[in-house]
Ligand binder design. Structure first.
Ligand SMILES: [Zn+2]
Ligand SMILES: [Zn+2]
Length: 295
């Protein structure tokens, strides 16, 4: 990776529904010698390993909001990283309700952790220490030349929820987090090099008796972004490329999704993300499964 590279890896492009193809939400940012993990959904440790990375090397974990799919593997990440030799405390930023959840995970396992520490006799237990900080709007400090700004989005009734803007050496990525269309996201996305946006594919979420009603689909769609809404945002913002992640349903027909985005008027570079896709700026390269694609 060159010194001015800003790399964004989609570790987990799924959502709460279980999927063999898409792990729970997790994305990795690497730039300026820093490694930032965004969310720690189900399977994050496995996906980090598959990406050639380790939880032990993460400098900062940011959790965007309290929904379970974004933080359910927190404790597993902490323990598995310790087993990889992590020897420094975790720095974790999240909104207060998500912090409370992760603190509770640590409390729930306090006894088993104490037993492990005493019995396993590893050289260092500092990797099990967590420094929790409340995530607020604005610049996150301590990341050197990687500028990471949090902005409030609208995922009510879950609040607060955050999106992120990541800048390094003249490249800028905007990550929507989980949200409905909202002015703060419109503002953040203006002129970005890459818009990474969640998508709820309502056309592929039929009513299923005993599973979800029409009301369920309408409710869930209302605090997410449907394909035409994402496309409209991408067009208005002038984003130089669009990547879709947090796919609901995870087994979506991605070609149909891409066609829906095109039909809604977005004609620019379009990436329907898969787990382990790595996007590098300013080179505009996409690496996945041994292939490298310029976009
Ligand atoms: Zn989610
Ligand atoms: Zn959510």
């Amino acid at each position: 990776m060159t010194a001015d590279a800003l790399a964004f890896t989609c570790l987990g492009t799924g959502a709460p529904p279980i999927s063999l193809r898409r792990a729970g939400p997790a994305h990795l940012v690497e730039a300026a010698g820093r490694t930032v993990l965004i969310d720690c959904g189900s399977g994050v440790g496995q996906r980090l390993l598959a990406a050639g990375r380790r939880g032990a090397d993460v400098d900062l974990l940011v959790v965007t909001h309290e929904h379970s799919d974004h933080l359910v593997d927190f404790y597993q990440l902490v323990i598995s990283s310790w087993h990889q030799g992590r020897a420094r405390p975790w720095r974790v930023l999240a909104p207060a309700p998500a912090l409370a959840n992760m603190a509770t995970q640590m409390d729930a396992f306090a006894r088993e952790r104490a037993l492990r520490i005493a019995f396993e006799k590893r050289p260092d237990a500092t990797g099990l220490d967590i420094v929790f900080e409340e995530l607020r709007e604005g610049r996150i400090d301590g990341l050197g030349d990687l500028a990471l700004d949090a902005f409030l989005v609208d995922h009510k009734p879950v609040e607060p929820a955050f999106g992120l803007s990541l800048s390094h050496a003249g490249s800028r990525i905007v990550f929507s987090g989980d949200t409905r269309l909202t002015p703060s996201l419109e503002a953040a996305a203006q002129g970005c090099d890459l818009l990474v946006c969640e998508v709820f594919i309502d056309a592929q979420m039929p009513v299923v008796a005993g599973v979800r009603s029409a009301e369920t689909v309408a409710s869930v769609a209302s605090y997410h972004m449907t394909p035409p809404v994402v496309a409209g945002l991408a067009v208005r913002s002038g984003a130089r490329a669009l990547a879709l992640t947090h796919l609901v349903p995870p087994a979506a027909d991605t070609a149909a999704l891409a066609r829906e985005i095109r039909a809604a008027g977005y004609a620019g570079p379009l990436i329907v993300a898969e787990d382990l896709m790595r996007i590098s700026l300013p080179e505009r390269l996409l690496g996945w499964s041994g292939a490298t694609i310029g976009f």
